[in-house]
Design a protein around this ligand. Structure first.
Ligand code: SME
Length: 156
């Protein structure tokens, strides 16, 4: 499943010139294909601000379109530069609830030239939905998106 999905994302990014269309497509495709992926979004670091800004998502609308560095799971990843897998969001002190149905979450940073510039964030309505295979898959997705953003000279 992951392999086929990576191929379809790679093929799509190789033929799509418009960045504003590409990121929502990637979010939608992942959310549609993977059953436990109930919300999928891309946050990027805002220029000269210690904030994450939501640039694309699939799933329910969220109020949390801007997240300060350090706040919530996403804000912690902006500072740690490391994947964060949360099996039970209720057990986290530093967590921002987007939706009461969410039980688990994974956030994987996106690097361009070794710099953490954003992240993919997935929420699941199932507890402990994410494994090491999901981490590897999302790292791969982010490397495809990073190459795409570099090619498109996007300033996301
Ligand atoms: N739960 C995240 C906030 C983003 S929403 O999941 C869309 C967090 O704690 O950072």
């Amino acid at each position: 499943m992951y392999k086929l999905l990576l191929k379809s994302i790679s093929d799509y990014l190789n033929q799509t010139p418009v960045v504003e269309e590409a990121l929502p497509w990637v979010c939608n495709e992942i959310q549609r294909e993977l059953p436990n992926y109930d919300w999928v979004g891309y946050y990027f670091h805002a220029d000269n601000k210690k904030e994450l800004h939501l640039k694309a998502f699939a799933g329910k609308t969220t109020d949390h379109t801007v997240i300060p560095f350090g706040k919530g799971i996403c804000g912690q990843v902006a500072l740690s530069n490391k994947n964060f897998v949360v099996d039970d969001v209720a057990a986290q002190d530093n967590y921002i609830a987007c939706n009461i149905d969410v039980k688990s979450e994974i956030v994987v940073p996106l690097f361009i030239h070794g710099e953490n510039v954003g992240q993919i964030d997935i929420d699941s309505n199932t507890a402990a939905a994410f494994s090491i295979a999901d981490e590897a898959f999302l790292e791969h997705v982010n490397s495809l998106v990073a190459s795409y953003l570099l090619r498109s000279k996007s300033n996301f």
